[in-house]
Design a protein around this ligand. Structure first.
Ligand code: PLP
Length: 421
């Protein structure tokens, strides 16, 4: 099946007389005939359901759909994108370990990696993704356990050279985790370029309608956890009566460990109702992504011509710093998000944003409605000036998330707001 078909049919196939639409299984528990049957489920949780803190049929149908879209062997939904980032790392790193991350990533992830994980004894070493291989290699230490990056960085909109970073990670025998939130699997499939794990904030384009916060971790099944660097995968898990993940689950070792160990203990699983809503968003994802890209390119071209605008970052624009990489990794388009810097710095940016009538000021992105955000005052507020620069966030930068309104209405709104600057 192609993406459009997968979005409608993967994960749930009704049998004779069953509901056409994927049902919401609103139950915390599942019933078994005997004590022995329950014991068998505990021996191999992949066979049946135990408890909705870490598995539920409605959520699992969506997990299957997303795994299918990304080309992975399995997926696990989480209650937020942040939980997906956190668990994707904790499934590999423990206190005393380090990992490498590109610096142009979502501000909330920078906070998680640089502040909260540090408190847990896990060190994150940030690197400039555009640096050459030799420079990036210097960040690796004997305790480095993985590499993390974003396909399309929020909000700098830098395109990651996934193949280059994957090559460096694999040379060091560690996996590459990619946050593919902005691109979605419709625009880019990181596994095709060597990534091993993909995570998403499903709160963005996947849900698409700003209905609920969520996340997902997808396993490519390709990384060799038996290479000697990852004993938690190859040695008995005391918390799971001595189970060895690589022996029991083979290619699905990473995602099964994430579910059975981390989700069991942290319980950051979405509700069946949330998964049902996410599924509605996923059903139209390819159609929406096409229109987002079309509208955003038109808007980016318009903004580029305005004498009130200092710069526009949108990798689909010819001449953009990341245009060449975008043609390789995102040939169908670079989503609906544009970074624009208005002449006059922070004050001009605020005046422009406050003058908008159709586009709303929101702490959100990738909605069907056009919205704007000033990252330096909001999502990246906790970062120092130095971190702001590293994350590609100029104080006058505005993140414009172009929606699915008629593009002429969007441009008219931008025009009247620019006239006020
Ligand atoms: N990753 C990216 C690229 C994001 O933009 C965000 C949120 O904006 C997150 C992760 C965190 O996701 P959530 O807000 O669903 O926790």
């Amino acid at each position: 099946m192609r993406d459009e078909t997968k979005c409608l049919h993967s994960g749930y196939t009704p049998k004779n007389g069953e509901p056409r639409v994927m049902p919401i299984v609103q139950s915390t528990t599942y019933v078994y005939d005997s004590t022995e049957a329950v014991a068998e489920v505990f021996d191999d949780p992949s066979k049946s359901l135990i408890y909705s803190r870490f598995e539920n049929p409605t959520v699992m149908a969506v997990e299957e759909k997303i795994a299918d879209l990304e080309g992975g062997v399995g997926a696990m939904c989480t209650s937020s994108g942040q939980a997906a980032s956190l668990l994707s790392i904790l499934n590999i790193c423990s206190a005393g370990d380090s990992f490498v991350s590109t610096s142009t990533i979502y501000g909330g992830t920078v906070n998680l990696f640089a502040v909260t994980l540090k408190k847990l004894g896990i060190e994150c070493i940030f690197v400039d993704a555009d640096a050459d291989e030799e420079t990036i290699q210097k960040a690796f230490k004997p305790n480095t356990r993985c590499v993390f990056g974003e396909t399309l960085a929020n909000p700098a909109l830098a395109v990651l050279d996934i193949e280059k970073i994957a090559k460096i990670a694999h040379k060091n025998n560690v996996p590459l985790i990619i946050d593919n939130t902005f691109a979605t699997p419709v625009l880019c499939k990181p596994f095709e370029f060597g990534a091993d794990i993909v995570i998403h904030s499903t709160s963005k384009y996947m849900d698409g309608h700003a209905l609920q916060v969520g996340g997902v971790i997808v396993d490519s099944g390709k990384f060799d956890w038996t290479n000697g660097k990852f004993p938690e995968f190859t040695e008995p898990d005391d918390s799971y009566h001595g189970l060895v993940y690589t022996e029991k689950y083979g290619k699905m070792a990473y995602i099964m460990k994430a579910r059975m160990q981390l989700m069991r203990d942290f319980g950051a699983y979405p509700s069946a109702h949330s998964a049902f809503l996410l599924n509605l968003g996923l059903e139209t994802l390819p159609v929406r992504m096409e229109r987002y890209c079309e509208n955003a390119l038109t808007v980016a071209k318009y903004l580029q011509k305005s004498d009130k605008v200092e710069s526009v970052s949108y990798a689909a624009l010819p001449g953009d710093k990341y245009h060449e990489l975008a043609q390789k990794y995102l040939p169908k388009g670079t989503c609906g998000v544009i970074s624009v810097t208005i002449k006059g710095g922070r004050d001009a940016a605020v005046r422009f944003m406050d003058s908008l009538k159709l586009a709303s000021n929101e702490v959100h992105v990738a909605d069907i409605r056009t919205c704007v955000l000033h990252p330096a005052s909001a999502t990246h507020r906790q970062l120092t000036e130095e971190q702001l620069v590293a994350a590609g966030v100029h104080p006058g930068l505005i993140r414009l998330s172009v929606g699915l309104e008629n593009v002429e209405d969007i441009i008219e709104d931008l025009e009247q707001a620019l006239a006020n600057v």
